[in-house]
Ligand binder design. Structure first.
Ligand code: ACO
Length: 321
């Protein structure tokens, strides 16, 4: 039996933390009290001008490759989850492959499922590995959401940050990814979207993130609870067997409500939203890497990774780390 196991993780947060008070100082009509009370966010990081998703992905990937104890050229599959790619094409994954100096002609492609992107990419990579076709996958979530924020819209611009997280997923005879579940319901595409594009040299439509916050909140809590139960049920596991829930880091109230719905104490939930903000596809691997490096997540423990985002998309993975 071939399993797909997490061999190493890495992450990257650009620059220095930008606090809620820093946003106020930049002229945004908000307050630390409003943001912290409603979202739990205290700070986030922003990429510098000219620093793109591939730059953050490269740093996170090098750290993951080092943690896995392999060489970059051992990687035979790269999947990058991003909704803020460097270019329309080539993919950020192809750019990343070149940056890492990988010349083995193995496949590299992006997955676009917004804040669920990392779980989608992980699930795809797991299927490649379990099929026996590939042995070492680099799975990355990398975003520069600061580029798609409308700084005149205080209801959204205070919520997001930039960053990247990466894992090396390798073939193993020991269990790793135990179950995954992916879902989408495109009927809800309008509650969270960037409804624009570039054509004929012009921006068509609206290039900024738009969100119906309350609709997103209700949807997120419901589907995150359901999809966590789905991966547990698929393996005959119970919530008591979960050592850590590592959810998409959008909002501390969504995280708390999800944990409550699952009957999971908050002591077993990894939350980094206070210092990272919402980094979309990067948030889960960033939180995972943080909790591995600070010693909370230990080898042999069971983790539920789960995300929800624009589309609407959602998904989960039950992982034996
Ligand atoms: N600072 C100060 N006041 C603000 C701000 C701000 N940044 N933003 C909005 N307000 C004001 C509004 O203008 C409004 O004022 P009014 O009553 O005088 O009109 C008041 O605060 C309440 O506005 P609401 O939009 O109703 O605020 P709500 O309590 O719904 O909170 C929030 C908004 C935090 C976005 C909430 O809906 C939420 O948490 N939604 C979840 C969305 C989310 O986390 N999305 C992340 C992306 S989705 C994902 O990753 C899955």
């Amino acid at each position: 039996m071939i399993y797909a196991r997490i061999a190493g993780t890495g992450s990257c947060l650009p620059g220095t933390p930008v606090t809620n008070d820093d946003l106020v100082a930049r002229g945004i009509d908000t307050s630390d009290e409003w943001i912290a009370t409603r979202t739990g966010i205290r700070a986030r990081h922003f990429a510098a001008d000219g620093q793109n998703s591939s730059d953050l992905a490269e740093t996170a990937s090098r750290r993951a490759i080092e943690a896995a104890g392999i060489q970059a050229d051992d990687i035979d599959l790269i999947i990058v989850a991003t909704s803020t790619p460097d270019y329309i094409f080539p993919s950020t994954a192809a750019l990343l492959q070149a940056r890492l100096g990988i010349r083995n002609e193995s496949p590299a492609f992006d997955v676009q499922a917004v804040c669920s992107g990392f779980v989608y990419a992980l699930s795809v990579a797991e299927k490649f590995i379990r099929s026996g076709s590939h042995k070492k996958a680099l799975v990355v979530g990398a975003e520069v959401f600061s580029r798609i924020l409308d700084w005149n819209d205080r209801t959204t611009c205070v919520l997001f940050g930039d960053g990247a997280g990466a894992i090396v997923l390798e073939a193993s005879d020991q269990p790793g990814i135990l179950a995954t579940a992916l879902h989408a319901d495109g009927a809800h595409n309008e509650i969270l979207c960037v409804p624009g594009t570039v054509a004929s040299g012009k921006v068509l439509g609206d290039p900024f993130l738009r969100m119906d916050g309350q609709a997103v909140f209700k949807f997120a809590v419901k589907v995150l609870g359901d999809v966590a139960q789905e991966v547990l049920a698929a393996t005959g596991s119970t919530v008591d067997e979960v050592d850590w829930l590592i959810p998409h880091q959008a909002n501390v109230r969504i995280i708390q409500s999800t944990a409550k719905r699952l009957g999971l104490p908050l002591e077993r939930v990894v939350s980094t939203v206070a210092s990272h903000g919402n980094t979309s596809a990067a948030s889960i691997p960033l939180a995972l890497d943080t909790a591995i490096r600070d010693g909370r997540v230990q080898r042999g423990q069971r983790l539920v990774l789960e995300g929800v985002g624009g589309g609407f998309t959602w998904g989960a993975a039950l992982v034996q780390y």
